[in-house]
Design a protein around this ligand. Structure first.
Ligand code: WQD
Length: 338
């Protein structure tokens, strides 16, 4: 029987690579497009080392519309999982046009080629950042989308709206997956998070501090209205997150979606503070993390964690791995970095 062929854009990235592994584990035929702007080609070897199946790889800049058109002329694609985007919140504030060009024009070219070539299924990488600081916690999919705090967050909101409009007039079914905070690494330690330069996100900074690469972790504020004063997030193991993409894709392929565009929050449902993370890391790995409390980071929200009811009951997915497991895997991955 012909295998479904899935295009994964940004498939050599952190979440993308873990999703490719899970797609191959489920028997899908995978082709990756990545421009290698924020990853390394060695990730392809890491995926292959895990599954023994080398995915087809096309190095491409999705901003080149003619290349996108040509790709779809030469590949018979059954569905697309679209990760490719710039994702650094702080950088997006300094370089908004880079983010609007890279995250929006590429989505438009992708959708044009999908509709012209009758590719009817799209999974879109979105983010809980669309909620800003939600009024109610835990956050449900009905929480209002608030004015984005950054151009990065705005590109996710605009992206969802573009897809929604296209599903109204084209033969396109889509699911937007709104991630909370993805962390950790595959337990094989062949793939993981590869922050290039100084890490912006908490976990890579924690592991690099533990590894002595960074002098000290700065905890951005301990004066938030939270139990220990530090900000709260919903940290989800990247493997759990990857598996959710397969479940969502199968929902579309089997025609089980209840509307042409659906939204699911992907989190554990548990909020953890920055200090909770530090203590969990120290416990999971039997080591100390050197940190100091500094001022809040501009644009940070106090707390965000998911109401997982819709994902659990409608999508049929829930996170299985806990914070300590994720932090253990993150450290094992860090130890492997040169
Ligand atoms: C987590 C917490 C920081 C670094 C962003 C995007 C989101 C997604 C994940 C792309 C916050 C604190 C951090 C540090 C710290 N990105 N922190 N010291 O900001 O919740 O989410 O990244 O998909 O869309 O919005 O993640 O890891 O940067 O921060 O104290 O050195 O850790 O203040 O409370 P964030 P983060």
């Amino acid at each position: 029987m012909k295998k479904n062929k899935i295009l994964v854009t940004g498939g050599l990235g952190f979440i993308g690579s873990h999703t490719v592994v899970e797609l191959q584990n489920k028997g899908f035929d995978v082709v990756i497009i990545d421009d290698l702007s924020n990853t390394k080609i060695e990730v392809l070897d890491g995926i292959t080392a895990i599954t023994n199946i080398r995915p087809e790889f096309v190095q491409m800049d999705l901003k080149k519309k003619e290349d996108v058109v040509s790709f779809f002329k030469h590949h018979d694609i059954d569905g697309v999982i679209h990760f490719a985007a710039s994702k650094a919140v702080g950088e997006s504030v300094e370089q908004p046009l880079k983010y609007y060009e890279n995250n929006i024009s590429t989505l438009v070219y992708l959708l044009q080629s999908m509709t012209e070539n009758k590719v009817p299924h799209l999974i879109f990488s979105s983010s809980c950042t669309v909620y800003g600081q939600a009024d109610e916690l835990p956050i449900t999919e009905n929480a209002p989308v608030k004015k984005a705090e950054s151009p990065y967050g705005n590109t996710k909101q605009i992206g969802e709206e573009i897809i929604q409009d296209v599903t109204k007039v084209e033969n396109l079914n889509a699911i937007a997956l709104r991630y909370f905070n993805p962390i950790g690494a595959h337990d094989s330690v062949h793939i993981g998070e590869l922050p290039l330069g100084v890490p912006q996100n908490l976990i890579p900074f924690v592991t690099q501090t533990a590894a002595g690469i960074r002098e000290e972790l700065s905890v951005f504020g301990d004066d938030y209205p939270t139990p220990d004063g530090t900000a709260v997030r919903d940290y989800i193991h990247v493997v759990d997150l990857a598996k959710a993409h397969i479940v969502a894709l199968q929902r579309l392929l089997q025609g089980k979606n209840k509307s042409k565009m659906e939204y699911f929050n992907l989190g554990t449902g548990t909020g953890s503070s920055v200090l909770d993370v530090i203590h969990a890391f120290e416990k999971a790995n039997q080591m100390d993390v050197n940190y100091k409390i500094v001022a809040r980071r501009e644009g940070d929200i106090t707390a965000a964690y998911a109401n997982t009811t819709l994902a659990n009951e409608e999508l049929g997915w829930k996170a299985d791995l806990g914070l300590e497991e994720a932090l253990y895997s993150a450290w094992q991955w860090q130890l492997k970095q040169k």
